[in-house]
Design a protein around this ligand. Sequence first.
Ligand code: G6P
Length: 607
Amino acid sequence: MCGIVGYSGIRPAAPILLEGLKRLEYRGYDSAGISVGHEGKLTVVKKKGKIKKLREAVPPKIQGVYGIGHTRWATHGQVNDENAHPHSDQSGNITICHNGIIENFNILKSKLLEEGYIFVSETDSEVIAHLVSKFYDGDLEQAVKTALGLLEGTYGILCMHADEPGRIIGARNGSPLVLGIGEGEMFLASDVTAMMAYTKHVVYIEDGEVVDVTPEGYHTSDLNNRTISKKIQHISWELDEIEKDGYETFMLKEIFEQPRSITRGMRGRLDKENGAAHLGGLNLTSQELLNIERIKIIAAGTSFHAGLVAAHLLESLARIPCTAELASEVRYRNPIVEKNSLYFAVSQSGETADTLYAMRELKRKGARVLGICNVVGSTIARESDGGVYIHSGPEIAVASTKAFTSQLTAFYLFTVIMARMRHLSLKDGMVFVRELGEIPSIIEKVLEKDSEIKILAKKYAGAKDFLFMGRGINYPVALEGALKLKEISYIHAEGYSAAEIKHGPIALINEETPSMFLIPNDELREKTISNMKEIKARKGPVIALAVDGDSEVGDVADDVIYIPRTHDLLYPLVMVVPLQLFSYHCARELGRDVDQPRNLAKSVTVE
Ligand code: G6P
């Protein structure tokens, strides 16, 4: 969602800010702007639309070695130039960028209007600029702190004053903010990808903290002016990981990266000899793991689908009751936290507001919540009681692909640990772990089908509606296949349990509504084939995902994508890959912006 960047140093600020904003594009946005300070004056340029338009609008000779920038994803007010950030106070001496939502902005705005302040945008954020102006008497940090004391809601803020050259005040409450430390220059951003080209030394600003930045240094404190000392951390991601590396899009790169990202997630964690696994960050003793009687998973979007697969897996293999629930629903139904239950909050970004707030509510009720996150140092990762980093590497495309298979990998490892403490024998554990270890090379084989899948996508991309059917552990994969197609191609798609179609969805079937059937060679294979025949009898076109050599499926379906055989419980990792490629090629065929689909944001930091 919205992104913020700041720079104070020795180099021209505008190109660095624009470059930083470009790196944050992937989060999703609809307008962008920058403000640069030079010779006691702050210049603001902001534009509705893509960074390219902003870049064209920025005067080529713009001077100034400090500034702030923003990509906006509209919440309050339309998408237009006025509502884009940075916002200024009336004098134009103060500019601010804000991520998050100020919940009491209406009350604050009414008061400011009464006092004669003039607003030029419909945003909640503009109140911050006027409040800082109201309280400013020569010390920007103090004015920002006084203003923040009045705000209710969430924010990641950057603020500058024309009279204090080189100084940027940052503050955080609920929206991420990272400080990057260079030599004689400082960077601020909502996300490390914006500064990785310049520095890998970062300080994560926490909720309630304010950072006062100049080119020479920084000082962190709380709203009551108590100094807070911070640890400098090192980013392990490499710059080439956030570049396309020869691929036409980030999404395609990330789909093809999966054999490596899954391998990374398993490295040092698979114990083939003992048919077991190790996960260092769980922060639970063996006794505590043994005492767990129930597991609950909360997440949103694709991460929720990973949670649904995990719930099935944990029950089947480890025989522990497990459910997955949408985080957005958990928070508001006054959840009951039972003794001996363990929670997982699953989130690629580690910043999703729905998941974070549900996690906090559960923790408030005494739950032990582990995080399954990709972004190191993200809020969910930091606030959880332990967990697993999936080590997928940066995921830039809005539609999640490699993070999904890496989240599943983390759950497979966790399940092996739990299962081996309970019912899984050494022999069966060894078989499972061996087959899990073979998944990356199986996915390599699936990726070789890319051109075949592209031809299929050309054939079906004209469909208005699409159904995805799976059963058992692959039912959530059908949901994920449908979500991928919706997200990036805008074709209406729904996922169903293949058994469920006769209870309603079959009414949708006609010659123009294709169905994608997931048919692994498991105990539900025959029943799923029967469901597929029911669709064919009603003239519905059918594509099937089936296991190599399954000619019976080939006899019924119009088209088949064959995948290699694996363990029954491991098919989700393999089945999802052709679905990702199919959605991808449908979207390309329709000329969609695959990496930044309309209306979507990579990390949704509002409820
Ligand atoms: C957004 C993204 C989805 C993602 C979901 C959860 O809606 O567009 O791709 O699955 O958030 O994100 P998380 O970072 O919590 O996994």
